[in-house]
Structure formats: C-alpha cells, structure tokens
Design a protein. Structure first.
Length: 186
C-alpha cells in the first residue's frame, strides 16, 4: 500500500517470481513508467507476477477482498498514514477487508515533528510513542480486525531495511521518529 514510484514492489516481484504482488497507490503518476515496464517481454524487465492499481485506502477495489497474505505499508502519507495512525478508521477497516485471516501487516513510518508539522496537524496525528501504540492503537486496530503483534519506536536512521526511493531520501535523517508496527488480521 502506498507504493510511491513502485520500485520497491517491482524489485520484490523480480526476487520472488513464485508470488503475486499488487502495488496500490492513490497517485498513479509516479507509477506510469514502472507500470509500462511490467508489460514488456521478460528479457526487457517485464513481469507477469505484478499488478499496479490506483486507489485511495478508503476505496480499495472489492476484487482485493480477502486475498492479501502480507500487507506492507512503507512510509505512508496522507490518508494512508492517518489510517495506520488511528485517525482514519474507514481506511484501516478497508486495509483489513483486503487481508485474509492471519495475514500480516508490516508498517514502517518515519516522521519529523518539525518538518512534517503541517501534515501532522492536518491529519490530527498524535506522537507515535509506545504508550500511544499500547493504549490507543491496540484498541483501534482491534476494532478494525487486527491484533498488534510487535511494535517499536526509535529516533534516528532508517538503516537499510527499506529499499524504497523515499527511504533513501530519509535514511540518514536522525531527527525522524521511526515507528515499526506488525499486526495480524484476525
């Protein structure tokens, strides 16, 4: 979810040809080049195990209902960030709708309270402290049909875990609050 330029999903699909990947983003413009590439011949970078779709988190296509085994939400923004932060319940419920029972949702986000202040205010986000996650998000996720399995919050580098274009831009920004959440669809 929130694939940005689609390169992260493209690389994973190339590395794991036995799995089918779907990249979803509300903004299709960054996906134009990569979307064309997947339809080429395999020798030219084409992939038959990858599909891109344009959709807002609150309006995911019904064709995705119950088919997702693993949902990755890397560095979300806008309504997708609000969904995982607990201020957009329809978005979080929509994410659950596309997951099969037992599916894992892995979330990684990184916010800078000063630089991202406008978006934080607009989305009415609370700081991602362990207390906020344990007290508030656990209940919100449970109501949406997810059980929180793991969580961590730290200030500093993203490291090399996320191989996304956006993560490369943020990687060494030590002022960012990095949050990792793992949830299971119940």
């Amino acid at each position: 979810m929130g694939t940005g330029d689609g390169l992260f999903v493209y690389r994973r699909a190339r590395e794991q040809p036995h799995k089918f990947f779907i990249g979803v983003d509300a903004n299709s413009r960054p996906l134009e080049k990569i979307s064309e590439k997947i339809y080429r011949k395999p020798a030219k970078g084409g992939l038959s195990n990858l599909l891109f779709a344009q959709s807002a988190v609150e309006d995911l296509p019904s064709e995705l209902d119950g088919i997702v085994e693993e949902l990755l939400v890397n560095l979300p923004w806008g309504s997708l960030l609000a969904a995982i932060a607990g201020t957009n319940n329809p978005g979080l419920i929509s994410l659950r709708r596309i997951c099969m029972v037992g599916a894992t949702m892995r979330i990684t986000t990184a916010l800078d309270r000063e630089r991202d202040a406008t978006a934080i205010g607009r989305l009415q986000l609370s700081p991602f402290s362990l207390e906020y996650i344990d007290v508030t998000l656990v209940a919100i996720f449970r109501h949406a049909g997810f059980e929180l399995v793991d969580r961590s919050v730290w200030r500093g580098s993203l490291g090399n875990e996320l191989q996304t274009s956006w993560a490369k831009r943020l990687r060494w920004d030590a002022r960012r609050e990095v949050v990792s959440i793992v949830a299971r669809a119940t």
